[in-house]
Write a new protein. Structure first.
Length: 191
């Protein structure tokens, strides 16, 4: 007579597997939040006039379907975008082809020069998501660096380290996020 092998009950193994799976799902954090945090302006009022914007106050940034970056119709590398945006928004030499600066009296800052510059961003429908995010990151980095420079100059700490809400508001008014993003369209490709 052959020796009979002992049966192993798999019902308890299935229960244990289910409990382990439940434990890991409940205790692990899966970070799926991706996106760009940006506060949108309020919708315009019904009879509100659209202000006229001078050409010198607009920095045109285009990304074509080949992921080529064009700034003011000149091709540049993504690594140059942050510095170009910073120079555009500050206009340190008061050049005529860069935006006008307006002196404003801002509470907790005093009189500061505020740029009238707007960065106009337009993407081709074929632009890769990676390139889109890189451009957004560079433009955001330019604004954040300018805010930090002003914050260090006036308050002695970086903008990201400010805790006083009035100081944060003052710096935000002095260096506003002025990025206008157009709806993607077919811009063209192999420039």
């Amino acid at each position: 007579m052959s020796k009979r092998s002992a049966d192993i009950s798999t019902a308890s193994m299935a229960d244990i597997s289910f409990l382990l799976l439940t434990f890991f799902l409940l205790t692990s954090s899966i970070n799926t939040d991706l996106g760009i945090t940006r506060k949108l302006p309020p919708p315009p009022e019904e009879n509100q006039e659209i202000p006229e914007i001078k050409t010198r106050n607009v920095l045109q940034v285009l990304v074509n379907r080949s992921d080529k970056l064009l700034v003011q119709s000149k091709q540049i590398d993504i690594s140059q975008l942050k510095e170009v945006a910073k120079e555009f928004l500050t206009n340190p030499a008061n050049k005529q082809d860069l935006p006008e600066m307006e002196e404003k009296n801002i509470k907790n800052l005093g009189t500061v020069k505020v740029s009238k510059g707007i960065i106009s961003l337009k993407n081709d429908r074929g632009t890769s998501y990676d390139m889109y995010i890189q451009v957004q990151n560079e433009l955001t980095a330019a604004i954040n660096e300018l805010r930090s420079e002003l914050s260090v100059q006036r308050y002695g700490v970086k903008f990201s380290e400010l805790t006083n809400a009035d100081y944060i508001d003052a710096i935000s008014k002095a260096i506003p996020v002025a990025i206008s993003e157009a709806e993607p369209e077919n811009i063209g490709g192999t420039q």
